[in-house]
Design a protein around this ligand. Structure first.
Ligand SMILES: *[C@@H]1O[C@H](CO)[C@@H](O)[C@H](O)[C@H]1NC(C)=O
Ligand SMILES: *[C@@H]1O[C@H](CO)[C@@H](O)[C@H](O)[C@H]1NC(C)=O
Ligand SMILES: *[C@@H]1O[C@H](CO)[C@@H](O)[C@H](O)[C@H]1NC(C)=O
Length: 323
């Protein structure tokens, strides 16, 4: 369904060359160790994208070469990650918060960016680690002072974001092992590996402003978040317009747009991520972003799970199913 045929003519001897484009890409290391962009075709294989730069209408040209996918990587390498807090009303109510008047922007550091299927490493000081499944948008170019009407021109496409959070430093909470006054959004969400991004990048050409997409988060298969991007308070155009006001947002910056109700911190009783858990964040038309959770102990090194079972077809090929 991703293939579009384009006929190219060159010189007087018009010839027909079949050129294929894809509206969704993955980045991966193939089984011979070469890093590539590709369009996933099933069975663990991808057609290789021939140019990193998308076409003007934001799709990617693919050739005839098909290779085996080895390791799945983030589909883009963002300079840093921005995120929006409190952008779903059910999450705001559940956290006893007040709806912000403008998008509440915070940074997730560049070293928080993390590949699909790789272990999220929880440091010892994070005693209340929590998941947040989110829609991520990817900037197509450097953008500054963009109106809402022009905002989608700054969007290349969409990914799934996992905004892993250390509630300990985020909440105003002086309970055991949670020193400080809370409000440490950037600190509590910037630990290394705390921004998994993937598994595919799906073009804005296909998804538009990305409304109406089912978003679900599962922990060890247990459905914890079940919402739709239609419930975003500030949608994609508003976020892009606001955050580019007076500020250049660089090309390939990823913006995680906020999480709906159902995080572990608001469960009764609160249920934080455990060593060995597996988190799946699913967004319709994009795919499943899966990562295992492991704790880092200064005494014992990595505990928990560093490997997770998967079938790439399950992560990438049922983009419309809600299991
Ligand atoms: C929200 O407020 C209610 C009532 O005061 C309280 O029972 C609940 O624990 C609070 N929830 C959070 C996440 O702070
Ligand atoms: C998003 O796109 C849909 C479909 O094109 C449109 O109906 C809706 O108004 C858009 N939302 C915003 C906030 O622009
Ligand atoms: C998830 O949300 C959809 C839409 O509101 C609903 O139809 C479905 O029953 C929910 N699934 C579960 C398991 O709660």
């Amino acid at each position: 369904m991703w293939w579009i045929l384009v006929f190219a003519f060159a010189g007087s001897a018009a010839f027909e060359e079949e050129r294929t484009t894809a509206d969704a890409i993955i980045r991966f290391v193939d089984t011979t160790g070469v890093e590539r962009l590709g369009a996933y075709v099933g069975g663990g294989r991808a057609r290789v994208v021939t140019s990193e730069e998308p076409t003007p209408d934001k799709s990617w040209v693919v050739g005839d070469v098909v290779v085996e996918v080895g390791q799945l990587l983030t589909p883009v390498s963002p300079p840093y990650v921005l995120a929006i807090g409190l952008n779903y009303i059910d999450h705001i109510i559940a956290t006893n918060s007040t709806a912000p008047l403008t998008p509440a922007v915070f940074f997730k550091g560049s070293h928080s960016v993390h590949h699909p299927l790789s272990p999220i490493v929880i440091p010892e000081i994070s005693t209340k680690p929590d998941y947040e499944g989110e829609l991520g948008l990817v900037f197509s170019r450097d953008c500054k002072d963009i109106s809402e009407a022009d905002a989608l021109d700054c969007v290349l496409g969409y990914v799934v974001c996992h905004d892993v959070s250390a509630r300990c430093y985020q909440n105003e909470d002086d309970a055991d092992n949670c020193p400080g006054n809370g409000g440490q959004y950037s600190f509590s969400k910037s630990f290394d590996t705390h921004a998994p991004i993937g598994p595919r990048l799906v073009s804005v050409k296909t998804l538009g402003n990305a409304t109406g997409l089912t978003l679900q988060t599962r922990v060890n298969g247990d459905l914890r978040q079940n919402s739709t991007t239609s419930s975003l308070i500030f949608g994609v155009q508003q976020i892009v317009s606001f955050m580019t006001s007076g500020t250049t947002i660089p090309k390939h910056t990823v913006v995680c747009t906020g999480t709906p109700d159902g995080v572990g911190d608001t469960m009764d009783p609160p249920t934080y991520l455990q060593d060995g858990d597996v988190v799946d964040v699913y967004i319709e038309h994009i795919g499943v972003l899966r990562n295992p959770i492991t704790r880092l102990s200064t005494k014992h090194g990595l505990l928990g799970r560093t490997h997770v079972d998967f079938d790439l077809d399950d992560l990438l090929l049922f983009p419309s199913a809600t299991a």
